[in-house]
Write a protein that binds this ligand. Structure first.
Ligand code: ARG
Length: 460
């Protein structure tokens, strides 16, 4: 076991069990690239400011570059005695270049270092999320366009409500993912701030130039308060919250796919490549992918709650509890990125059963509102019209017939304003296309929505 870099004030070595208990190397080692990138920028700044010599800086930078390659090739074993990724890299640096390696940690602490590493990591993850979300939006828009003529029943309370275009239904999800993408972009802006130089909590006595470090690492801004910089994790929580919302949207879409692939609905077929069979029932084709998307949403919610709970009682500034922030964040990022990538492959392979949808859309008195609206146009107050059509529907249910199967005489028993032209009204496509209000389901409005979504995707 090697001597700890902070061993100076201790008389006894760390208990082996404590060493393992406190170590984070087994999960924070994945931050190695960011840790080394941050160290290189820090080292360059130290030399620029005359805090270390240029000769020392180039030795350190060369050493860090070699360590990066060693880790990438799997040549460096990282173990619990090294505690965390920062210590592991620094220890290896000292082994390689000797005492001078000890100058790297001038004017910084692991407290601002970990804040930097996680911000660099988050920037990468957020960019990947944004790219994948834009792909999901494009896939939904394509699917909507391809199925622009398809009509299905729109539901409220999972009961048939009014007919809508499938494209309108799909574009509803597209709007949700568009807001998710926007949230990721906003989270990126708040994450994109340099904390390095805050040191342990109070800043440093060395004449550092944080703006220079920021430029080296591509941060447009530097933190305004060193205590805030080492203790808050709101940028991670915000990401987990945005991820939870995104997964909630994916989960609702998944739930619909699970429902819609049942023989009771039979609205859609998911490609075989995204389903699995049963070990006992030969006929089965199960929608495992959407089910798992729905299921994995739970762990992403759990991670958000873990982080909120982790941080709620912490006094300023850094507390070791904060080391526990990483696993929930990594798990959230891994789960979300994988889910969006699979969703992107699954969406274009969906086959919608348009006849089944149209059939269902015409059933269950989906045009009752239209009949009420018709009466309103003839001067009947809406509440009265609603009541009259309610009685008409109740009559049809007793007679076992649909609205379109009633004769004019039957209609007129309920209201004398119902005339011959009522039959033209009872056409589902015409009913859809009458809904021309902004954001409505008419073909005209949905076509506009598709166009504006495409334009938006192109500029984001
Ligand atoms: N592994 C630690 C973490 O993830 C790094 C910072 C440790 N700082 C300290 N003073 N022990 O939070």
């Amino acid at each position: 076991m090697s001597e700890k870099l902070w061993q100076g004030r201790f008389e006894q070595p760390t208990d082996k069990m404590v060493e393992e208990y406190t170590a984070s190397i087994h999960f924070d080692s994945r931050l190695y690239r960011y840790d080394i990138e941050g160290s290189i920028a820090h080292c360059r700044m130290l030399a620029d400011c005359g805090i270390i010599s240029h000769e020392e800086a180039s030795q350190i930078i060369q050493g860090l570059g070699e360590i990066l390659r060693e880790i990438e090739r799997g040549e460096l074993t990282l173990e619990s005695s090294q505690e965390d990724i920062h210590m592991a890299v620094e220890q290896r640096l000292m082994q390689k270049i000797g005492e001078v390696g000890g100058k790297l940690h001038t004017a910084r602490s692991r407290n601002d270092q970990i804040a930097l590493d996680t911000r660099l990591y988050m920037r990468d993850v957020l960019l990947q999320c944004r790219r994948l979300l834009l792909e999901v939006m494009a896939a939904l828009t394509d699917l909507a366009e391809k199925n622009l003529h398809v009509i299905l029943p729109g539901f409220t309370h999972l009961q048939h409500a009014q007919p809508v275009l499938l494209a309108h239904h799909l574009m509803a999800y597209c709007e949700m993912f568009s807001r998710d993408e926007e949230r990721m972009a906003q989270c990126y802006a708040r994450t994109n701030v340099l904390p390095l130089g805050s040191a342990a909590l109070a800043g440093t006595t060395f004449p550092i130039d944080m703006e220079r470090t920021a430029r080296y690492l591509g941060f447009p801004r530097v933190v305004r308060n060193s205590m805030d910089a080492v203790s808050d994790r709101d940028y991670l929580i915000e990401f987990c919250a945005a991820a939870a919302l995104t997964m909630m949207h994916v989960s609702r879409l998944s739930e619909e796919l699970v429902l819609w692939t049942t023989p009771e609905f039979d609205f859609v077929e998911i490609s075989d490549a995204f389903c699995t069979g049963s070990s006992i029932m030969p006929q089965k084709k199960n929608p495992d992918v959407p089910e798992l998307m729905r299921g994995k949403t739970g762990r992403v919610y759990g991670n958000l709650m873990a982080l909120l709970t982790l941080t709620k009682g912490l006094p300023l500034t850094y507390n070791r509890d904060l080391q526990e922030d990483k696993e929930p964040v990594f798990d959230t990022a891994d789960t979300l990125l994988a889910t969006l990538a699979v969703l992107n492959k699954m969406l274009p392979a969906l086959r919608f059963h348009e006849e089944k949808m149209a059939e269902a859309a015409a059933r269950s008195f989906a045009l009752a509102t239209d009949v009420a609206d018709y009466l309103v146009l003839k001067g009947v107050p809406f509440r009265k019209a609603h009541h009259v059509v309610g009685q008409l529907v109740s009559y049809c249910i007793r007679e076992g017939k649909d609205l379109s199967e009633c004769t004019l005489e039957e209609f007129r028993k309920f209201h004398k304003s119902l005339e011959e032209d009522i039959f033209e009204l009872l056409d589902i496509r015409a009913a859809v296309d009458r809904r021309r209000s902004l954001g409505g389901t008419s073909t005209e409005r949905v076509r506009e929505a598709l166009e504006s979504m495409r334009a938006e995707i192109a500029v984001r």
